[in-house]
Design a protein around this ligand. Structure first.
Ligand code: NAD
Length: 483
C-alpha cells in the first residue's frame, strides 16, 4: 500500500516511525489503498512556528515575485493534473474526467493573478479631514481547513489568495481525501515558494482544533459544515482571530411559469447530481409552479436515469459513489425520512442495481415535497433533489428564503430580466440567472448559517489583509503623492 507522510514543515516531509497513520479508503471498492501520516500536537505547533518564522520574509517579498510563484504553479498544475486527478478520484470517488478538469486549476490561478492587481495595497489620502497613508498588510499566519468534497480546488482557494496577500499558511485537508495536498505543497516549492511559507498537517477534527487554538494563528479560513464552523467560531472568537467560514447550503432553483424546461434541465442535473450531490452550492430544492410539477418531476427522473453511475476510473461514468460509508448511511437515512413524511420517491433512493460494493446511491428525485419536511430543510450532501410545488411567485421566493441556509440559488425564465428581479429577492450570497454557477471572478460565500466572508474575485483577498492607517504631515503627503 502506498505510504504518504502527511506532515510537511519548513519545506521538508516529516517522517517518523511512531507517527500514527490513517488508511485512505477507495469509496468505489471500500478497500484501503494508501496510508497517510497523521500530525501530532507537536507537529501542529512546529508547522505554525515555521509559518510564523517565514512570515516577515514572505510579507516583505515584492508582489511580482509572489505572482511569479503562482504563475509557475499554474503551469505545474497543467502538467501534473493527471496525477492529482487519480489521487482525487481514488479517495473521494469523483469521475476521473471531472477530477482531471478540476485538477487543472490553471484558470483559477489566472483569476487570482488578475484580481490581485486590483488590490490597492497602499494609498495616500488627502482630504479636508487631513492627510493619511492607508496600507493593507497581510493578516499573518493563516490556518486553511478544508473538507473532502472538492480536493485540489478547496486547497488552492485557501493557499493562493493567502500567498498573494503575503500571508503564510498551515493547511489541514480532510482525512477522507488527504492525498492531493502532498503534491500541491511540493509543487509550490518547485514553483519557487520559500520553505515554511506553506506547511501541511494531515489529520481529523482534533488536528484542526489544535490549529485553530494555536495562539500564533491569526486567521482561520474554513470550508466545511455549519456545525464545525460554529465550533471554530466559538474557539476563535475569544482569541480575536479573523474568520472566513464557507459552510453548508440548501439552495433553491426557482423555475418560473415560463421557464424553458429543456434549457433548464442540464443545469438542474449538473447542480443536483454533480459530484454525487456533494457540492455546497447544489440546487437541492427545485421550486416549480404547481401546474408544472409533474412535468418537471418526470424530466428530472428521466435525466437522472440517463446518468451513468459506477467506477470513477471508467471513462463512461458520470456519477461516482459517495465519499464514505458514513455519508452514504446518512443520505439513505434522510431518504427514508422523506418517504416517512409522505414525499413521493420517483427515482432512486437506494444503491443502483448491480453495484453491491462501493458507497453508491442512485440519483434520487422526490416529488410533492413540502418545505417543512426534513429533506427540504437539512443539507443532505448526496444526490437527492426535492421538487416543491408553489402557487405564486411570491410564495416561491418565500419558500426559497425559508431556510437556515443562504448560500446560493438560481432562477429560470424565458425572460432574463424577470428572472433577475426574482433572483434579487433571494436572501443568499450568490444566485444565478438561467444558469447554475457563479463565475470565479465574483465573490462567493453565504449569509445566515452558510457562513460569512467571501472567496474569489478581488473581494476574496479582503480577509487576508488588514488595514493600517498612518497620519501624515502635509509635507510627507505631498511628497508621497508625487508620481
Ligand atoms: P466537516 O465540517 O466535518 O469537516 C471539514 C473540515 O474541518 C475537515 O478538514 C475536518 O477534519 C475539519 N474539522 C472537523 N472538526 C473540526 C474542529 N472541531 N476544529 C477544526 N477543524 C475541524 O465537513 P465535511 O463533512 O467534511 O464537509 C461537508 C460540508 O462542507 C458540507 O456541509 C458542505 O456544505 C460544506 N462545504 C461548504 C463549501 C462552501 O464553500 N460553502 C464548500 C464545500 C463544502
Amino acid at each position: 500500500m502506498d505510504q504518504h507522510p502527511g506532515v510537511y514543515i519548513d519545506g521538508a516531509w516529516r517522517r517518523s516511525a511512531n507517527r500514527e497513520s490513517a488508511a485512505v479508503v477507495n469509496p468505489a471498492t471500500e478497500e484501503p489503498f494508501a496510508l497517510v501520516g497523521v500530525a501530532t500536537d507537536s507537529d501542529v505547533d512546529e508547522a505554525v512556528r515555521a509559518a510564523e518564522c517565514a512570515l516577515p520574509g514572505w510579507a516583505a517579498t515584492a508582489l511580482p515575485v509572489r505572482r511569479a510563484v503562482v504563475a509557475r504553479m499554474a503551469e505545474l498544475l497543467e502538467e501534473r493534473a493527471p496525477e492529482l486527478a487519480r489521487l482525487r478520484s481514488l479517495s473521494m470517488g469523483a469521475p476521473y474526467r471531472s477530477s482531471l478538469k478540476l485538477s487543472n486549476s490553471a484558470g483559477l490561478l489566472q483569476m487570482y493573478l488578475e484580481t490581485i492587481d486590483e488590490v490597492q495595497f497602499s494609498q495616500v489620502r488627502r482630504d479636508r479631514f487631513g492627510d493619511s497613508l492607508v496600507l493593507r498588510r497581510p493578516v499573518g499566519v493563516v490556518a486553511g481547513i478544508v473538507p473532502w468534497n472538492v480536493p485540489v480546488r478547496n486547497e488552492l482557494k485557501k493557499i493562493i489568495p493567502a500567498l498573494l496577500s503575503g500571508c503564510t499558511v498551515v493547511l489541514k485537508p480532510a482525512l477522507e481525501s488527504p492525498l492531493v495536498a502532498g503534491p500541491l505543497v511540493e509543487m509550490l516549492g518547485e514553483a519557487g515558494l520559500p520553505p515554511g511559507v506553506v506547511n501541511l498537517v494531515v489529520g481529523g477534527g482534533d488536528v484542526g482544533e489544535a490549529l485553530v487554538r494555536h495562539p500564533s494563528v491569526r486567521k482561520v479560513a474554513f470550508t466545511g459544515s455549519t456545525a464545525t464552523g460554529a465550533r471554530i467560531a466559538a474557539l476563535a472568537g475569544p482569541a480575536m482571530k479573523r474568520l472566513q467560514l464557507e459552510l453548508g447550503g440548501k439552495s433553491a432553483a426557482i423555475l418560473l411559469e415560463d421557464a424553458d424546461l429543456d434549457a433548464t434541465l442540464p443545469s438542474l442535473l449538473a447542480f443536483g447530481f454533480g459530484n454525487s450531490g456533494q457540492i455546497c452550492a447544489s440546487l437541492t430544492r427545485v421550486l416549480v409552479p404547481r401546474a408544472r410539477h409533474d412535468e418537471v418531476v418526470g424530466a428530472l427522473a428521466e435525466g437522472a436515469s440517463g446518468l451513468v453511475v459506477g467506477d470513477p476510473m471508467d471513462d463512461r461514468t458520470t456519477m461516482g459513489p459517495l465519499v464514505s460509508q458514513r455519508q452514504r448511511d446518512r443520505v439513505l437515512a434522510l431518504v427514508s425520512s422523506g418517504r416517512d413524511e409522505g414525499a413521493a420517491l420517483v427515482h432512486g433512493g437506494s444503491a443502483p442495481a448491480g453495484l453491491s460494493r462501493g458507497w453508491y446511491v442512485a440519483p434520487t428525485v422526490f416529488g410533492n415535497v413540502r418545505n417543512d419536511m426534513v429533506i427540504a430543510r437539512e443539507e443532505i450532501f448526496g444526490p437527492v433533489v426535492s421538487v416543491i410545488p408553489y402557487d405564486s411567485e411570491a410564495e416561491a421566493v418565500r419558500l426559497a428564503n425559508d431556510s437556515r441556509y443562504g448560500l446560493h440559488g438560481a432562477v429560470y425564465s424565458r425572460d432574463d430580466a424577470h428572472a433577475l428581479d426574482v433572483a434579487l429577492q433571494l436572501d443568499t450570497g450568490t444566485a444565478a440567472v438561467n444558469s447554475f454557477d457563479i463565475p470565479v471572478s465574483a465573490p462567493f460565500g453565504g449569509v445566515k448559517d452558510s457562513g460569512f466572508g467571501r472567496e474569489n474575485g478581488v473581494e476574496g483577498y479582503g480577509s487576508f489583509l488588514e488595514y493600517h492607517s498612518y497620519k501624515l504631515t502635509p509635507g510627507l503627503a505631498a511628497a508621497m503623492s508625487r508620481p
